[in-house]
Design a protein around this ligand. Structure first.
Ligand SMILES: [Fe+2]
Ligand SMILES: [Fe+2]
Length: 327
């Protein structure tokens, strides 16, 4: 069996709709409405293509290319008018994330046959957990009336984290992605409490307990693999920072007040993150446009999208970052 497969080789049945990776656009959006509108309109055709044939197609057609800011970026609250689509998209995203986590851990076990036996046992244990998580989230999809494949799947998690080196692999998968899972699950549990949904609350609480263990595997093995190799340690840190950057956007996941998903401090500390690492993570995540900017931009994008649909002329949005920066 082949080692080191690419994300394109991940096997899916015909229910799944694979979308091209979202690229790194979100990391570079400015904190200005015009800038967000101009950049999102540039990628609008790609975004539209990505949702084709999924439940998001009609969401896009109603809201235009800024739909993610109205449906995926806010924190989840039962009274939010978009809560249904927000919850569905998020649960489906987590379900495919669990699949990729299973694939990531399985590949790590297979890709590094020379790694210590305890390491491979940890990865085997993780596979067992992740397959249970896939089943838990498949049932939660059922619980909210979503079918597998209703929403597109991006393989960003697998792509970003599956390095060809065991130290970087666990730094990316176990510390960044499993850490991100802790953040996301803490936020989902808070939502389930608020929505008085004990099934969801308890199911995700069980999963979160496992994710802590997976982060801990990462913390332990990065330490062990780099014990007498400071260069490798620095390389792992840099890789981790880069992966964190891809998934930490101010009003997406961060420590900011307007973040959709906060940083699960307690869980991360328990799983081997240091205070300094948490500070660094907050710093990385601190950049990017505010939630208010994104919502405002989404409204402008919707108005322009609907005007175009009606056949009205819409001037292209011009935005020059240099001028904006110069004030
Ligand atoms: Fe998981
Ligand atoms: Fe996990």
């Amino acid at each position: 069996m082949k080692r080191f497969i690419s994300h394109e080789e991940l096997a899916r049945d015909s229910r799944f709709k694979r979308a091209a990776a979202r690229g790194r656009l979100l990391e570079s959006l400015p904190d200005e409405v015009e800038g967000v509108v101009a950049l999102m309109e540039q990628v609008a055709p790609t975004l539209r293509k990505r949702v084709e044939g999924t439940e998001l197609e009609k969401v896009y057609d109603e809201l235009g290319p800024g739909y993610p800011f109205l449906t995926q970026f806010g924190s989840l609250h039962p009274e939010d008018p978009n809560v249904d689509v927000q919850l569905r998209v998020r649960l489906h995203g987590i379900f495919v994330g669990e699949l990729q986590a299973l694939e990531g851990a399985g590949r790590t076990l297979w890709d590094f046959p020379e790694a210590p036996w305890e390491f491979r046992m940890n990865m085997a244990r993780q596979c067992w957990d992740e397959s249970r998580h896939c089943q838990v989230f498949e049932k939660l999809l059922d619980h909210v009336g979503v079918d597998v494949g209703d929403y597109p799947e991006t393989t960003t998690l697998f792509e970003a984290a599956c390095a060809d080196d065991p130290t970087l692999r666990v730094a990316g998968v176990n510390r960044c992605l499993e850490g991100l899972a802790c953040d996301a699950f803490r936020a989902m549990i808070d939502y389930a409490k608020e929505a008085d949904d004990p099934v969801m609350e308890q199911a995700i609480d069980f999963v979160l307990a496992d994710e802590l263990t997976h982060v801990r595997f990462g913390s332990n093995w990065v330490k062990q693999f780099t014990r007498s190799d400071p260069d490798k340690f620095r390389e792992a840190k840099e890789f981790q920072r880069d992966v964190e950057r891809r998934f930490s956007i101010g009003s997406g996941r961060s420590g900011r007040d307007d973040a959709a998903i906060g940083i699960a401090r307690e869980e991360r500390l328990e799983a081997g993150f240091t205070e300094e690492e948490l500070r660094e993570l907050a710093e990385i995540a601190d950049q990017g446009p505010s939630r208010d900017t994104l919502v405002e931009a989404a409204k402008v994008l919707r108005a322009r999208h609907l005007a175009r649909e009606r056949g009205e002329p819409v001037e292209p949005m011009t935005w020059r970052p240099e001028e904006a920066a110069a004030g």
